[in-house]
Every structure is written in structure tokens, then in C-alpha cells.
Design a protein around this ligand. Structure first.
Ligand code: PRP
Ligand code: MN
Ligand code: MG
Length: 180
């Protein structure tokens, strides 16, 4: 285990198993929509690893696109302001969109994103989030696919960073408070 991590929350194996289950659920749920095709949208940078693994567990025709938005910068708390750093390359009008996120924390990022993407008139839009923090605010956002509920700690790994570090840890763990 990395020296800056106090506890592993989800091991590499647990993550792989759960991502496999979500992929299987999406494969079942979208079987009839396969003709129109799914577009999987990843929210850079944190969700890139989750989406890469999830995409390979969905056994349907699918496109991948990327949007970069950021609210945290290098801090440990959301700035409250969401910025689009990179927009989609594709048009999503009439398409079945699945947004892949690594974590739903304050909900700011997804609230902004869902509003923004819905205005482009997709045929449908759903969210697959690997992690969801357990608080009241998050319950307002409709996520069809949730990997794990997680405690309100500063967590890193499997795409999640602190000041751009730790994204490459293969597991998800709690960062020691003295680090941030
Ligand atoms: C993190 C995380 C989610 C978002 C969740 O992204 O990857 O996208 O915060 O927090 P919220 O629900 O409070 O909005 P961040 O802004 O750190 O950018 P990154 O993905 O590039 O790390
Ligand atoms: Mn992010
Ligand atoms: Mg971040």
C-alpha cells in the first residue's frame, strides 16, 4: 500500500467485479437501443480509468467521447464553479447517452453536466457513477448505475486525484489527512 494512504476502501478485484456488473446491467438495459447506438461520455480527467474499464464490459455497439470539466482545481474542496475545459467532439442529439463519472460528491459537477447535455436533446441520458458519497444533497441526482456508496473521506486512486497525484493507484483508498 502507498505510504500516503491510511486505508484501502475498494481493492482492485472489488473494482473490477463491480465494473463488470455495471457493464452487464448496461448491456441488458440497452439491448433494444443497440441500433441507435450508445454514446458513453467520460468526464475527464477522473472518470477516464473507470470509463475505459466499463466500456470493455459493455457488449453492445458504442461510441466514446470525452468532456473535460473541473471544479476542484488543485484544492481539496470544490471551488463551486464548474468550467468546461474541453467539449464533446460528437453531436448527441437523438443519441442514447451514458455519462460515466468516478464520484458524485457535492453533486455540482453532475448537476451542471446533466443540464448542459440535456439541452442538446439526446434520446436518453443516464449516469453511471462508480462512487457516491452518502449525504442528502447527492440523493437529488438520479443515477441509474452506482458502483459503491462511500464514506465522506478524501479518497484517491483509480482515477481520483489529490492535486493530480494518485490517479494511477489500482485501488481506491483514504488519503491521510496530513497530506492535504
Ligand atoms: C472530481 C471528480 C468528479 C467531481 C465530483 O473532479 O472526478 O468529477 O470532482 O465532485 P462534485 O460532485 O462535488 O462536483 P475534479 O473537479 O477534481 O476534476 P478531475 O476529474 O480532473 O480530477
Ligand atoms: Mn472529475
Ligand atoms: Mg480532481
Amino acid at each position: 500500500m502507498h505510504n500516503d494512504i491510511s486505508e484501502i476502501l475498494f481493492t482492485e478485484k472489488q473494482l473490477a467485479d463491480r465494473v463488470g456488473e455495471i457493464g452487464a446491467a448496461i448491456t441488458r438495459d440497452y439491448a433494444d437501443a443497440a441500433d441507435e447506438g450508445i454514446i458513453l461520455i467520460s468526464v475527464l480527467r477522473g472518470a477516464a480509468i473507470f470509463m475505459a474499464d466499463l466500456a470493455r464490459k459493455i457488449e453492445l455497439p458504442l461510441e466514446m467521447d470525452y468532456m473535460a470539466i473541473s471544479s476542484y482545481g488543485n484544492g481539496a474542496k470544490s471551488s463551486g464553479v464548474v468550467r468546461i475545459l474541453k467539449d464533446l467532439s460528437s453531436q448527441i442529439e437523438g443519441r442514447h447517452v451514458i455519462v460515466a463519472e468516478d464520484i458524485l460528491d457535492s453533486g455540482l459537477t453532475l448537476t451542471y453536466l446533466l443540464k448542459n447535455l440535456s439541452s442538446r436533446q439526446p434520446a436518453s441520458i443516464e449516469v453511471a457513477t462508480l462512487l457516491r458519497k452518502k449525504t442528502l444533497a447527492q440523493a437529488k441526482i438520479d443515477c441509474k448505475y452506482i458502483g459503491f456508496e462511500c464514506p465522506d473521506e478524501f479518497i484517491v486512486g483509480y482515477g481520483l486525484d489529490y492535486a493530480e497525484r494518485y490517479r494511477n493507484l489500482p485501488y481506491i483508498g483514504i488519503l491521510k489527512p496530513e497530506i492535504y
